[in-house]
Structure formats: C-alpha cells, structure tokens
Design a binder for this molecule. Structure first.
Ligand SMILES: Nc1ncnc2c1ncn2[C@@H]1O[C@H](COP(=O)(O)OP(=O)(O)OP(=O)(O)O)[C@@H](O)[C@H]1O
Ligand SMILES: [Mg+2]
Length: 337
C-alpha cells in the first residue's frame, strides 16, 4: 500500500468522524487521536493481507473492507459462513450481509450483522436503556471485574470498548433467549468480536422488507398485530422490552413477521422509565397498524399487557424520553397535559 493510499484512507476516516462529531469527540486529545489513526492503519493493512487470503463474492468498498474483513474472518475461520454474497443494509451502527452458511450448518444462508468499530460510530444514545442493566462481557456473561466496571463508568478508551461489546452481547443474548421462548426472532448461531450470525430472513435474491414498507390486506393486518402483541407479551415474560420497536424493526416475509434489532433492550423490573418506553413501543406499532386500517388503542393495549404482568403504570411521562419530532410521542405528551 502506498503512502498516498494510506493518507486517502485517513481522510475518509476523518470525513466520517466529522459527520458524527459531538462535543465529547472534539475533546479527544491529539495524542489519542494519532493513536487511533495508528490502530486504524494497522487494521487497514491487516485487511489487505486478509483480502489476499479470503476471496468473498461480495467486494467491499475500500473504506468498508478494513473493519468488515476483520470481523468476517473470524466467523469464516470458525466456519459459520463460507462466503459473503452481498450487503443487505448498511446502517449507522451496523451493516448486515447475506452470507452462505458454513458447510456443517443446516440452513443455506445466514445474516451477519457487523457492528461498526466503536471509533467510527456514535453508539445509540444508550444511557436511558442501560439503567438497571448489568454490562456483559464478550461471552455474554455479566461483567464482574471491578476494573471493567470502573472503566465503563469513567468512559476510558478501554471502558468504551467494554461498553461496545456489552451492547452487542445484549443483542445476541436477547435473541437467543427470545428464540428459545418461542418469539418470532431470528435464530442466532454465533457472536464474535463485532459480529452476530443469525438466520437470514428472505431468500438468495431478496431480503425480507421491513414491515413499514408493506401494505397489508385488512384481514392479514389484524392477525399480524395480534402476532406482534404476542411477541411483546413473550418479551415481558422474559423481563425484556424491545426499546426501539416499530414497523422499521420488524421484517415481513411470506406472511410472517420477524422482530430484529435488540441491543437497546430495557429491563422492565429494573428500569424506572420502563413503562414509558414500553408505551412508546406499543404506540409506534399501533401507528403502523392504524395506517393499515386496524382500529387499535395503543394506551389500552399497552396498559392491559403491562398490568397483566403485575407491573404498575407510571403516572407521568417524562419529556426526556420523548422525541419532539415524532408525531406519536407528541400525541402522548398532548394526552398527558
Ligand atoms: N436476520 C436478518 N435477515 C434479513 N435482513 C436483516 C436481518 N437482520 C437485519 N436485516 C436487515 O438489516 C437492516 C438493519 O438491521 P438492524 O435493524 O438490526 O440494524 P441497525 O444498525 O439498528 O439498523 P437501523 O439503524 O437501520 O435500524 C434491517 O432493517 C433489515 O433490512
Ligand atoms: Mg434497526
């Protein structure tokens, strides 16, 4: 790799960081920044070496490959995948790839969700979700080392790494638990570093669309709302609220739904704001189904499920947890006034 290429790569990195710049990032010291660049450069060089060894059908963009290949190699070497076919979706926090499964697996395709390296993304504002959550280590077990716990609290570089891993582990562990409990979520196979391997929803040529982009016939819409409510109920039975549930995080394929995207789950028993987050989830779901002609009262549905699990309804909504730009959040706020 020439010097010029390396510089170009750095420039691209900087451009991306500018996009997501926040005040905390601005305070990063020059020393730490140059260290970060050094690490990124090593990763990039390593990716070049890997690319020579592993030839995937999908050709990553130059910028993407450094972190993508690094993450995919582990799951490839452990034979969870045998090829990367194409990118399904690139997001702010993670990208999802359609992969051919490893030889010993009983499914032809899997989805690999690869989280962007911590330095290249802003973790979803996770403070409100993490209340009452024990952080998890890379194996998905509760963190017990005081040094790790302190590092997270102090937000050191290492602490941020641990927090990042914990975020991914929550998604993996939750999917695993909910799948066992009979919820409509993808079956998971592996969690490695920045990656989760799970069932792919769709077929070789088409990924399942998100429910929000689907227009349902009236008869099917009612049935699917009941199905979503059943899933919400299973989640509560497993001490879990999705926390970012909407028709954007539900896939629709052959008349079935699959709930995805769980890193931010909220623990209803431990988080004092859980009722509001729960109500927001149910409201967003009802917004979609109302648009599909189903008459549904979000507050009543939420309150019925919530109280049937023995929880109390918080009296007031805290505006801190509402998004002023979201019409359904505004509606909730108006209702309370
Ligand atoms: N198991 C899967 N099978 C097929 N497609 C999937 C699967 N998981 C995720 N996807 C696709 O990838 C997209 C992003 O996944 P997910 O919502 O988990 O990640 P995200 O980083 O939170 O993205 P976003 O910010 O877009 O919500 C989904 O909207 C969906 O199109
Ligand atoms: Mg999502």
């Amino acid at each position: 790799m020439s010097k010029n290429q390396l510089h170009e790569y750095f420039d691209e990195l900087d451009d991306m960081n500018e996009d997501g710049q926040d005040s905390a990032r601005k305070r990063i010291s020059v020393k730490r920044e140059s260290k970060r660049k050094e690490v990124e450069a090593k990763l990039f060089i390593r990716a070049q070496e890997i690319a020579k060894e592993f030839q995937f059908t999908y050709k990553a963009a130059r910028f993407e490959e450094a972190w993508l290949l690094d993450s995919l190699t582990d799951i490839y070497e452990h034979q969870w995948i045998s090829d990367v076919l194409r990118k399904v979706k690139g997001g702010k926090e993670a990208s999802v790839y359609l992969c051919k499964s490893g030889t010993d697996m009983d499914t032809p395709f899997v989805a690999a969700k690869i989280y962007r390296p911590r330095s290249l993304r802003n973790l979803k504002n996770d403070a409100q979700y993490r209340i009452g959550r024990v952080d998890l280590d890379a194996d998905g077990s509760a963190l017990w080392k005081e040094a790790d716990i302190n590092a997270i609290a102090k937000r050191t570089t290492y602490g941020e790494e641990v927090r990042h891993r914990s975020w991914i582990a929550y998604e993996f562990k939750t999917l695993e638990r909910l799948f066992e409990a009979g919820a409509d979520v993808p079956k998971t196979y592996a969690m490695e570093k920045n990656a989760i391997v799970m069932d792919f929803v769709g077929d070789e040529t088409t990924a399942a669309p998100i429910l929000n982009s689907v227009n349902l016939p009236a008869s099917e819409a009612r049935e699917l709302l009941d199905r979503v409510i059943r899933n919400i109920d299973i989640m509560l039975s497993n001490n879990c609220i999705h926390g970012d549930l909407s028709a954007y995080n539900i896939l629709y394929w052959n008349g079935n739904i699959t709930l995805i995207d769980f890193p931010q789950i909220v623990l209803p028993k431990e988080n004092p704001t859980s009722w509001k987050i729960f109500l927001r989830d149910v409201t967003r779901i009802c917004d979609y189904f109302s648009s599909q002609g189903v008459r549904c009262d979000a507050y009543k549905i939420a309150a019925d499920i919530w109280t049937s699990h023995g929880f109390n309804i918080a009296k007031r909504l805290d505006p801190k947890y509402l998004d002023p730009d979201n019409p359904s959040d505004r509606k909730l706020w108006e209702k309370q006034k």
